[in-house]
Design a protein around this ligand. Structure first.
Ligand code: IMP
Length: 190
């Protein structure tokens, strides 16, 4: 794999343990809202590290992002199935970039009567922020790079990488070229 690793598996695991300890101390009975697909990997590891079973875990899906550019448009394509009225919400995100997605969800949850909404995110790119959002928990602040792995994708790919890596067009081209060479080789020998 030609993509440069930014945060390896061990650092991610250790940081998630720390976040889980902070989270355990901070809430009584929170409702975890997980932004699919990207935050699923983070959310599952975090809930496992929390060590309590039976946490309600509500997935939502927001359409907002194409390629490497945030569009600023949001549409809720999978809604919550529970009433958030009076609940303390822990909103789990994979990455906060411009901040627009969490702002959209924060507004929505508060409009529906949530008592509180706190954002906990694995990654944050502060230099890219367009709207001001308060983050209660941040795994890692990262520079302005497009990253993949640990749930984060580039056009649907690389979510399964166990670490966070920096996506680059060069590395992608090299990878595709290596793939097609292997394929041609296979076809010739077959
Ligand atoms: P925001 O609304 O600009 O904060 O973007 C949030 C969403 O954009 C995240 O949930 C991701 O789906 C996506 N995103 C932003 N930066 C990256 C990145 O570096 N890699 C993969 N997805 C990203």
């Amino acid at each position: 794999m030609a993509f440069r690793i930014l945060i390896d598996e061990t650092r991610i695991r250790n940081r998630i343990r720390e976040l889980a300890a902070d989270l355990r101390d901070a809430y009584d009975d929170p409702l975890f809202v997980v932004v699919l697909d990207g935050a699923r990997t983070f959310a599952q590891a975090l809930l496992r590290a929390l060590g309590t079973s039976g946490n309600a875990y509500e997935p939502v899906r927001v359409r907002s992002y194409e390629g490497t550019q945030s569009t600023g448009q949001h549409e809720l394509v999978r809604d919550l199935k529970v009433d958030v009225h009076g609940r303390d919400i822990v909103l789990l995100e994979d990455i906060v970039d411009t901040g627009r997605t969490v702002r959209y969800l924060d507004d929505l949850l508060r409009e529906r009567g949530a008592r509180s909404v706190d954002v906990w995110t694995l990654l944050s790119k502060p230099s890219r922020r367009v709207v001001d959002v308060e983050l209660r928990g941040v795994g890692f602040e990262i520079p302005d790079e497009f990253v993949i792995g640990y749930g984060l994708d580039f056009d649907g790919k690389y979510r399964e990488l166990p670490h966070i890596a920096i996506w680059s067009a060069d590395a992608e081209a090299r990878r595709l070229q290596a793939g097609s060479t292997m394929h041609e080789g296979g076809a010739t020998s077959g």
